[in-house]
Design a protein around this ligand. Structure first.
Ligand SMILES: *[C@@H]1O[C@H](CO)[C@@H](O)[C@H](O)[C@H]1NC(C)=O
Ligand SMILES: *[C@@H]1O[C@H](CO)[C@@H](O)[C@H](O)[C@H]1NC(C)=O
Ligand SMILES: *[C@@H]1O[C@H](CO)[C@@H](O)[C@H](O)[C@H]1NC(C)=O
Ligand SMILES: *[C@@H]1O[C@H](CO)[C@@H](O)[C@H](O)[C@H]1NC(C)=O
Ligand SMILES: *[C@@H]1O[C@H](CO)[C@@H](O)[C@H](O)[C@H]1NC(C)=O
Ligand SMILES: *[C@@H]1O[C@H](CO)[C@@H](O)[C@H](O)[C@H]1NC(C)=O
Length: 449
């Protein structure tokens, strides 16, 4: 009786959704900002239905019937049983989210629509560990194969291996989300070759060997306790790691990185080493990652800006919350392509801006939360493209101390929480359309008219 009552609620909702015109697919953002219209390539107006946290406890046979439904969200219900043909009347379903239904009996037993491209099973298959081991190879059940599934989410499920049955079920999966499980280095070999985007944050991986991920383009290993990055220059297998473009190694508890650690990652474009205890980086460390465009080293213990001179394509360097006190003479060389430089949250009191002379392409400079009283008079030479200058939480008292004469492209100047008492904007006269961000209470003299 309870079930039928629930279902009348559900059908009422469908009806109301229909009256409201439903949401068009373009406006739907699925988990982690994935846009359905990019993946599902729907030409007609698809319908997306949201049954999140509605207390459903079972999905009956053919419970919904529509060829227009392309996305169905069933997160966070108490679903325990799903009829084998529950989804039989949803031929165009592309996105199905069954996550956070921890007591579901055997979710894979259901026949999902063959056009499914995104399947979200976070915190949904975890309870199998107890009585039917994944690793025994008996589970999941193979009732049908889903060659169209490209995005598979299995986060927070206590999984320690991606067994061959998963591979058979989803032979063409490209984006595999396995964060918050029990994967360790030995179980990584079970990851299918079709996977190009692999998310393994917060598992039990202790050694990172690039040769274990020959086809992977984007890899996240944050939050593992990695003791050792093995990209041994003399190891021929390491050369297979050539496809990696995006690597995130944040919060892996490392202090020291071997100079050869990234030697065979010569297609690397983005590297994240934030939230570690790195206090120095060998000058050779980036000697082979010549395509690096983005480097994150936030929340480490660096006291100088690392040598990035040899990186001809570096556009973005982020060093927030380190222990940098000054910018030394050879930091930036004349080939720098840097557009974004973030030095917020350091202990910089003195900037020799002649050292910034080579940052001719810089567009955004963040120096917030340092101990600066003035910028150097020399910096006017080079920063002609600078549009955003962040100087919040410093000790500036007067705009004249910024020497902004030649930063004519400036659009946003942030000066919140500085001891500026009176604002003399004479020195900003030449800048058109400047947005000045100041703390409340600053008196304005000579405001531009
Ligand atoms: C998307 O759909 C259109 C029209 O059906 C088709 O021409 C196009 O090739 C499809 N694109 C992809 C990436 O599948
Ligand atoms: C999907 O997988 C099947 C079986 O492995 C294979 O035959 C097919 O070519 C694959 N399709 C795509 C688009 O990769
Ligand atoms: C870098 O790693 C940190 C720590 O894991 C994480 O919080 C951050 O989101 C990552 N940034 C990028 C751009 O991946
Ligand atoms: C601008 O740069 C020139 C050349 O380095 C320097 O002589 C001058 O003092 C600077 N002026 C200001 C106000 O920044
Ligand atoms: C700096 O600005 C002043 C005044 O606007 C100008 O005369 C000078 O040529 C500029 N210097 C450079 C290097 O752009
Ligand atoms: C730059 O501005 C300062 C006042 O802020 C002024 O004294 C100096 O002459 C200006 N320099 C140039 C090159 O315009």
């Amino acid at each position: 009786m309870k079930i039928s009552k629930l279902w009348s609620t559900v059908f009422l909702h469908v009806f109301l959704l229909a009256l409201a015109g439903c949401q068009e697919t373009e406006s739907i953002v699925a988990v982690d900002g994935i846009y359905l219209d990019e993946i599902c390539n729907q030409t007609e107006n698809g319908i997306s239905i949201n049954f999140e946290s509605m207390g459903l406890n079972s999905l009956r046979s053919k419970f919904l019937s529509s060829s227009h439904v392309i996305a169905l969200n069933l997160r966070g219900n108490g679903i325990s049983t799903i009829a084998r043909d529950a989804f039989a009347r949803l031929p165009n379903l592309c996105y199905l989210d069954l996550s956070l239904n921890p007591s579901v009996q055997d979710v894979i037993y259901a026949n999902f629509p063959v056009k499914l491209k995104v399947l979200v099973l976070d915190s949904t298959v975890q309870n199998y560990d107890g009585y039917r081991s994944y690793d025994s190879g008996e589970w999941p059940t193979i009732s049908r194969v889903y060659p169209e599934v490209k995005y598979l989410y299995l986060r927070s499920n206590k999984l320690s291996k991606f067994n061959y049955r998963w591979k058979l079920l989803f032979p063409n999966v490209t984006h595999l989300f396995l964060s918050h499980n029990n994967f360790h280095e030995e179980s990584i070999s079970s990851i299918p070759e079709s996977v190009t985007h692999l998310y393994l944050e917060n598992n039990n991986i202790k050694t990172f060997r690039i040769q274990d991920f020959p086809n992977v383009v984007s890899l996240a290993l944050d939050g593992n306790n990695i003791e050792y990055i093995n990209s041994n220059y003399n190891n021929p297998f390491a050369r297979d790691g050539n496809n990696l473009e995006i690597l995130s190694l944040g919060n892996i508890n490392i202090r020291k990185i071997h100079p050869d650690a990234f030697s065979y990652m010569n297609n690397l474009k983005s590297l994240n080493l934030s939230h570690n205890q790195i206090s120095d980086l060998d000058t050779k460390i980036f000697s082979r990652t010549l395509h690096l465009e983005t480097l994150f080293l936030n929340h480490n213990e660096l006291s100088t800006i690392p040598d990035v001179c040899g990186l001809p394509q570096l556009e973005s360097l982020s060093l927030q919350y380190n222990k940098i006190r000054s910018v030394s003479a050879n930091t930036f060389c004349d080939t720098m392509t840097l557009k974004y430089l973030n030095l917020a949250g350091n202990q910089i009191s003195n900037l020799q801006f002649d050292k910034f002379e080579n940052l001719k392409r810089l567009e955004v400079l963040d120096l917030s939360h340092n101990i600066l009283h003035e910028l150097s008079a020399d910096w006017n030479l080079s920063l002609n493209l600078l549009t955003d200058l962040h100087l919040n939480e410093n000790y500036f008292e007067d705009l004249d101390h910024l020497y902004l004469n030649n930063t004519s492209a400036l659009q946003n100047l942030y000066l919140l929480n500085n001891p500026i008492k009176t604002l003399n904007t004479d020195s900003l006269r030449h800048i058109k359309n400047l947005n000045l961000h100041l703390s409340y209470g600053v008196k304005c003299d000579n405001i531009l008219s």
